[in-house]
Design a protein around this ligand. Structure first.
Ligand code: IVH
Length: 674
């Protein structure tokens, strides 16, 4: 192949694959088989490799990105069979009690037990209709889950078809249940990457898996190496299996990953022995398990035992005792967080706990320190909460030597030196100085983060440099940075400076919800910000809403209301917002409706409009995610023709572009808005 035809083929393949990505990830309606898709992808990769730079290696080539545009929110669907939870056995005694209870109820039959490691991940329900994967849901409330099909499709170990007919099932729908999780090594890699980008870390592999599987943008899930283990099958009329063991074997035959450590045993002693064995070897397992599930093997016996509203009587989750150790608190330091909270952190003599070295743990607040009776110098019992986050359980007072000293909160912020406050009824001590450097860094990092203003290319490192160079003291300053300001920073290349300036420029029209979230108001996370954005038309309206009105908003409680009003009562915060608006930041009110079908389309107006102004018409179009352009071209979708149209009308007719009069246009637009 010569160069021009290679380049042409590359271009064509990229377009083709983008199209199939959309069919697969966005429309859930692929046109070609996975094998065909893989062939296209391989061909493209080979060509790109061969022609390297010359192929104009674009970063948006489908060989470098996965999936399609993000969703706005998940749809929900009911599970066919409810997804129950498990009751817990917190000690070996509870295991014995469970076995005693089920055995006596099943008398004279003797039950067999299936033992499975309990992976600490996220439960999912995979639905197959006529043997084809049609939908994957989160557990949700057990009855209704969220449609996370696009994300599940990025897990390559999930079979997209079941071989042969859904064996032994009377119905054509089969639900396969399993646990999605991240291997510990992959979790560490992910957090390392997040740290280098200055983004907040995941507390543990479970949270990371949950965060990844619930991504609205499936391209993000695709980058996370999620794994799955399956452990249950059900169908509308029951799949006709006789035992849990048989289900696990069949799942394996069908190509589902099934945990290799499963066992079938006859006696309670074997249950306890395997529980101990798992607990002793859990550190060698490359993913987090938090216990062992004991299930009655026979499905007939399971049916006889039945279920409570939340959990079956035929299974129990035997949880491992949290890993604990003792060490000495050498000092208690103070960390100042984004919202100004002063958090006492125990610095401890390093100690190994569940395979990791622990040297510090948050003590949360003064009340907690008093409750746990902790002195500096104390020997303390520590554990890993959720088996990951280190936690001080209590002090061991019998080990005191008399050299321990009580701790007290500082009167001045260790970061900026201004006075520390504590509200009546609240546990936290706070620094309320908006320009406190400890907060500024965090505030700006939060402000630019994904989910907030999403300014690409600005991470913690750059924010630090801006603060050091005194180019920024708060989020609003970003919008007043000049190209020269940035070039003045050490090791700043012209190209990077230009990219940063344009990323800032491009962030000027954020959805209102993201803008509100970006402000970093206490207790206002992404969901609450979305509720607030839905309620008001713009930020100025929110700023003057009285507390009582806020309390009336569904989903907003008194605490959020209090914090929102407090936030806007603070003059420096109002100034920050005014400066953002003055710099041209224009938060956009989002549509209540789901994604508009006009999103991404282009309109051109010609001639005079009667019922609305040209400007309002443009705004209406933009509010639906479409755009208004001034010239007609092949990529124009609709030309709106008013009175005395110009040459654009003619051009539209030549190109065969649909034309609408004003009434038709308004009908279409308002129909979209309903
Ligand atoms: S069986 C009715 N088996 O634990 C049976 N669950 O606490 C319900 N889990 O929501 C689940 N490994 O997320 C089952 N081998 C296993 C499991 C398992 C992990 C999770 C699952 C479930 C939770 C219940």
């Amino acid at each position: 192949m010569d160069r021009p035809s290679a380049l042409q083929r590359i271009k064509k393949l990229r377009k083709l694959i983008a199209y199939h990505n959309e069919r697969y990830y966005q429309l859930d309606d692929p046109e070609i088989s996975d094998a065909e898709y893989d062939r296209l992808m391989t061909e493209l990769m080979e060509l790109e490799q061969m022609w390297g730079e010359e192929s104009g290696e674009s970063t948006d080539s489908p060989t470098r990105t996965v999936g399609a545009e993000p969703l706005k929110k998940f749809e929900t669907y009911p599970h066919i069979t409810p997804m129950l939870s498990l009751s817990n056995a917190l000690s070996e005694r509870d295991i014995l009690e469970f076995v005693r209870r089920v055995s006596s109820q099943l008398e004279p039959e003797k039950p067999t037990y299936v033992l499975e490691p309990k992976i600490d991940g996220v439960a999912v329900n995979l639905m197959y209709e006529e043997g084809v994967f049609t939908r994957g849901l989160t557990r949700g409330d057990g009855l209704i889950g969220e449609n996370i099909s696009r994300n599940l499709k990025t897990i390559s170990s999930i079979p997209m078809t079941l071989p042969g007919p859904p064996a032994a099932s009377d119905s054509n729908i089969v639900e396969v249940r399993g646990e999605v999780f991240l291997h510990i090594e992959d979790f560490k890699l992910l957090n390392r990457k997040k740290a280098s980008e200055g983004k907040p870390l995941f507390a543990n592999p479970r949270n990371a898996a949950a965060g990844s599987i619930r991504q609205l943008d499936s391209r993000v899930s695709a980058e996370r190496p999620l794994a799955i283990n399956c452990y249950a099958v059900s169908g509308i009329d029951g799949p006709g299996f006789e035992s849990q063991w048989e289900i696990l074997q069949r799942l394996r035959e069908w190509g589902f990953p099934v945990n290799p450590l499963i066992r079938r045993v006859e006696t309670v002693d074997e249950c306890v022995a395997f529980f101990r064995e798992l607990e002793a070897t859990r550190k060698e397992i490359p993913y987090e398990i938090d216990g062992m599930v004991i299930k009655i093997d026979s499905l007939a016996q399971q049916r006889r035992l039945g279920a409570l509203s939340r959990s079956p009587r035929w299974a129990i989750a035997a949880k491992f005792a949290p890993a604990q150790a003792t060490t000495v608190i050498e000092s208690i330091d103070i960390q100042v967080g984004r919202t100004g909270v002063l958090t006492p952190v125990a610095r401890m003599k390093p100690v190994s706990l569940g395979g990791v070295t622990i040297s510090h743990a948050t003590l949360h607040n003064m009340a907690e320190i008093e409750k746990k009776d902790i002195l500096v110098g104390d020997t303390v019992l520590i554990q890993r909460a959720g088996d990951v986050i280190p936690q001080v359980v209590k002090s061991i007072s019998s080990k005191r030597t008399g050299n321990e000293r009580p701790f007290s909160m500082p009167e001045r912020c260790p970061s900026c030196g201004s006075p520390v406050y504590k509200n009546e009824g609240e546990a936290a001590h706070r620094c309320i100085n908006m320009t406190c450097p400890a907060q500024t860094l965090e505030r700006i990092v939060h402000f630019v983060s994904r989910g907030a203003m999403d300014i690409d290319g600005i991470g913690e490192k750059l924010v630090r440099r801006l603060l050091e160079a005194e180019l920024a003291r708060g989020p609003a300053d970003l919008y007043y940075l000049t190209f020269e300001d940035l070039l003045g920073l050490e090791r700043m290349a012209e190209k990077s400076a230009r990219n940063i300036i344009s990323a800032i420029e491009n962030s000027k029209r954020p959805p209102l919800s993201k803008f509100i979230y970006a402000l970093g108001i206490r207790h206002v996370g992404e969901d609450t910000a979305a509720i607030l954005a839905d309620y008001v038309d713009d930020i100025n309206e929110l700023a003057v809403l009285p507390r009582e009105r806020l309390c009336e908003v569904r989903g907003i409680g008194p605490v959020v209301a209090e914090n929102v009003t407090e936030f806007f009562a603070e003059t420096s915060n109002r100034e920050t917002i005014d400066r953002l608006l003055a710099a041209g930041v224009r938060p956009q009110k989002e549509q209540r409706t789901a994604a508009s079908s006009l999103a991404g389309t282009t309109f051109v107006f010609t001639g005079a409009l009667n019922r609305v102004t040209r400007n309002d018409a443009k705004k209406m179009v933009e509010s639906l995610g479409a755009s208004a352009s001034s010239a007609v071209s092949k990529s124009t979708d609709y030309v709106i023709v008013g009175k005395d149209p110009g040459s654009k009308f003619q051009k539209a007719q030549e190109l065969g572009i649909p034309t609408l009069n004003e009434d038709e246009f308004l009908a279409m637009i308002t129909g979209e808005n309903e």
